[in-house]
Design a protein around this ligand. Sequence first.
Ligand code: MLT
Ligand code: ZN
Length: 455
Amino acid sequence: MIEGLRRLLPSSRVSTAAADLEVWGRDWTRSYAVNPSAVVFPETVDEVVAITRLANAEGGSLVPSGGRTGLSGGAVASHGEVVVSFDRMNRILGFDPADRTVRCQPGVVTAALHDFAEEHGLAYPVDFSSSGSSQIGGNVATNAGGIRVIRYGMTRDWIAGLTVVTGTGELLTLNQGLVKNATGYDLRHLFIGSEGTLGFIVEADVLLADPPSPSRVMVIGLERFADILEVLTRFQRSVTLSAFEFFSELALAKVVAHRDLARPLATPTAFYALLEFPAGDEQEALAAFEDTVGEGWVNDGVMSQSDAQARSLWALREGITESIAQQTPYKNDLAVRISDVPAFLDDVDRYVAQHYPDFEICWFGHIGDGNLHLNILKPAELPIDQFHERCHAISPGLFELVQARGGSISAEHGVGLLKRDFLSYSRTAAEIDIMRAVKRALDPNGVMNPGKLFA
Ligand code: MLT
Ligand code: ZN
């Protein structure tokens, strides 16, 4: 396989150097062995086709790799796979103002697309804390969500067309940017969220939105999580929310210490919500805030008076992942229906207090979408494999709580390796059989990202 790759690509774009394998063989997870046989850097779609055909001919396996910011091990290569990095396919190929679509190579970094959209008087509204490193191809492969889903939806909602290379090396152009296209199965959507198990995303037509109006950010403190939906509903009655995020006091303490930031409120509370809304809704937001204080749901709050202050309030939420990274958190990315969130959080709180009495639990997430990030922090003295084993052992009980509410064991981080053995808590056996049949149709030789999503 490696000899074949060296025939296909110049030697500078096929690396077997240990340092490169270590960097490109992993994502942000830190608990899997990293052992690819090579990393390659194609520059054209034809090269991706040729690499895929070679892997089919030689019995090789391929791991697509974007910005490597994944949190479920979807881009980890542990078994001698060849990592196919899109770092050199990172150009914006065109923009059509009438269609409002940008044609992107898969390696375009999310923040570069944000900047491009802004330069053209528009916006790419999907955003998350890893936007400075994550790439469009990876975002599509995981159907990335983030901080403004409540208003703008997921990556899926912004993909007007895709060009893909299937697991057999066939090139497919899917939906071509059409708004309407009722011609049978929409294969584009099959590839969105497929985590590199069906093929490679080699181009994407990404939709842009109107530019956002100037916004305000408010952080409010609550003592009882049970009140958070009342607060959400009250604000939604009169304010157009573009974000409704939450974090626990422990999450705030971590980020404040890590980044040396100021606390938002004079007195700590058990939970905080961060709201973003148009500056024009400021009076309505203040009235809603006063109502929620009057009801006894909210203790205190602060509203940004400038863009700089809005950014520092956002840093309290967006800096959490980085601030807990050195404690190698075991990540759970759970979702239930929005209306079930408080009761679900109560169930989970009780369950984890019983099973992880010695672990720190760091909660944050996207309450407005019903998506809670439960991070179990590793005690410093516990070896990582023992920590992982304990968290894994406790997961079935946790996922039973998710299943009982028809929820998702991975709302936006993907299944990858981390949640693979638990897929049946969110998808039925019949569904998984159909997913396997789809995989067989598009990747009959099992070349693409083996072991991810399914064993
Ligand atoms: C976030 O919401 O900040 C991201 O999903 C990352 C994470 O969960 O750590
Ligand atoms: Zn998230």
